[in-house]
Design a protein around this ligand. Structure first.
Ligand SMILES: NC(=O)C1=CN([C@@H]2O[C@H](COP(=O)(O)OP(=O)(O)OC[C@H]3O[C@@H](n4cnc5c(N)ncnc54)[C@H](O)[C@@H]3O)[C@@H](O)[C@H]2O)C=CC1
Ligand SMILES: O=C(O)[C@H]1O[C@H](OP(=O)(O)OP(=O)(O)OC[C@H]2O[C@@H](n3ccc(=O)[nH]c3=O)[C@H](O)[C@@H]2O)[C@H](O)[C@@H](O)[C@@H]1O
Length: 431
């Protein structure tokens, strides 16, 4: 394998994982970030995001002299052969992706890139961005490649090192080959295509995943009404290999730093070419409906009005295994509950920071104390093994709304609690 000199711009979930993993594959990597505090912490080996294996890889890379951090872009790219852009592309005005970070770095790179560098856009960006980056770079000698990233938070390193596929798109086949070669050691299926298609793959994949989840949440609602059990339904569906078992778990709505923004961006991409992407719009609407359904259930549980009701919240992160709160459905539900006057006490094993509209406490038992109802919003394993008799003794009410179908019915029932999951009928009696 060729060892390449690589620069990675942006050291968030994607950039840090990319940098540390490429260094672990033997490449020489310099990571740049505008956040000087983050750079200083990374130099000291301190990784602030919860990603198994990442701290170790950062330490090993630095110790081996293959991984370095800087806040100086010029320094980072000084002798780079390939430069990865792993910059944020948050939801901007009207739902479109905000490309300001990508564009500003492209402008800055114009004068400092060594001759013949390949610039790789790993950020999720609308079709045409590679061309836009090429125009901003304004360098005939520099090729631009789209290499969308498919890792999930909480398993970023594993996903990066064992990807289902690698997508590399460029209007320069040589540049695409050069980028694909960086990952050769991973032995993953590599799909080469033009830049526009690669940019589209990322949105098409994330929107498909979101659509699958909204579909299953809508099926869960129907199951409640017709008396079916969504777990059995998805089990029965999932054995069909065309459907698959994964990504069929109902929840309080899907969230996170990407599915929400990418579905909105897709709607805007479609609008920009005169298409009304009704399917993706319905996917987003169904997600909001799911969050409201959770609130309706909590309201019912506390006697029809949330004003003055005390609600214990278990879980705030957008899914288990991460401390990321960006676009967390738990926060969306909490906001709706607070809007109706509920008093919220929340616990999440990985969140300690104070949050507006609720009291964040240090343990689950403090969260459920005096609660008229408890709602589980993130599927942390530790919630399965709570002492439910203790919970029952602390609570004021008896209902635990389990929006992740994560808890053991019998354990709660034995403690005299009423557990309501999603997508199944309410148990008739509590103990
Ligand atoms: N978080 C995820 O699981 C995934 C994210 N993506 C995409 O990857 C891109 C990056 O996402 P994340 O890593 O989650 O973002 P992030 O917010 O975790 O990290 C972005 C980093 O870029 C830095 N930054 C911002 N402006 C900069 C500039 N001008 N120069 C240098 N550094 C700068 C920030 O300080 C931050 O450290 C986005 O387009 C996202 O949609 C793609 C796949 C997975
Ligand atoms: O572009 C991105 O940033 C990434 O977005 C998602 O990854 P991630 O945001 O880490 O989270 P997921 O594991 O996909 O979960 C998203 C949301 O769906 C929910 N979910 C997921 C699976 C499921 O069966 N049910 C369910 O409700 C999760 O709780 C979470 O709120 C995609 O899975 C990644 O492939 C993609 O790279």
């Amino acid at each position: 394998m060729f060892v390449r000199r690589i620069a990675v711009v942006g050291t968030g979930y994607v950039g840090l994982t990319t940098g540390a993993c490429l260094a672990s594959l033997g490449h020489r990597v310099v990571c740049a970030d505008v956040d000087v505090v983050k750079v200083a912490r990374l130099r000291a080996g301190q990784v602030d995001i919860l990603e198994p294996g990442l701290t170790e890889l950062v330490g090993e890379g630095q110790a081996a002299g293959r991984l370095r951090f800087t806040h100086d872009l010029t320094d980072a790219v000084a002798d780079a052969e390939v430069v990865f852009l792993c910059l944020p592309t948050p939801m901007g005005a009207g739902g479109a992706a905000d490309l300001s970070a990508v564009e500003s770095v492209a402008r800055d790179l114009r004068r400092v890139l060594p001759y013949g560098t390949v610039v790789v856009c790993k950020s999720t960006v609308p079709v045409g961005t590679s061309q836009r980056v090429a125009a901003l770079l304004g360098r005939e000698d520099v090729a631009v490649v789209s290499n969308p990233e498919f890792l999930r938070e909480g398993s970023a390193v594993r996903d990066f090192l064992h990807p289902d596929r690698i997508v590399v798109g460029s209007d320069s086949p040589q540049a695409a080959e050069r980028v694909a070669a960086l990952f050769a050691k991973l032995g993953a299926p590599t799909v080469l295509m033009d830049a526009a298609s690669a940019e589209m793959v990322k949105y098409a994949a994330n929107c498909f995943l979101a659509m699958k989840l909204s579909y299953v949440n809508a099926v869960a609602e129907l199951c409640e009404l017709v008396g079916a059990d969504v777990s059995s339904v998805t089990d029965g569906m999932g054995y069909d290999r065309r459907i698959g078992q994964s990504f069929l778990q109902p929840g309080p709505g899907w969230g996170g730093s990407c599915l929400p923004k990418d579905t909105h961006a897709m709607v805007r991409i479609a609008e920009s070419v005169g298409v009304d992407f009704a399917l993706v719009k319905a996917t987003i609407d169904t997600n909001h409906r799911q969050q409201r359904r959770v609130v309706d259930k909590v309201r019912d549980a506390v006697g029809g009005t949330l004003a003055g009701a005390r609600v214990g919240i278990l879980g705030l992160a957008f899914k288990a295994g991460t401390n990321d709160l960006r676009d967390s459905p738990a926060l969306a539900v909490a906001e709706l509950l607070a809007f109706e006057g509920a008093e919220l006490v929340a616990y999440d094993p990985e969140i300690r920071e104070p949050l507006v509209g609720m009291t964040v406490v240090d343990d689950a038992y403090s969260a459920v104390r005096d609660a008229d109802a408890v709602v589980l919003l993130t599927e942390w394993p530790e919630f399965r093994t709570l002492d439910w008799a203790r919970v029952a003794g602390l609570m004021n009410g008896v209902l635990v709304l389990d929006t992740r179908n994560h808890l053991d019915d019998d354990a709660l029932h034995r403690a005299g609690l009423l557990r309501e999951g999603l997508g199944r009928r309410l148990p008739a009696t509590a103990g």
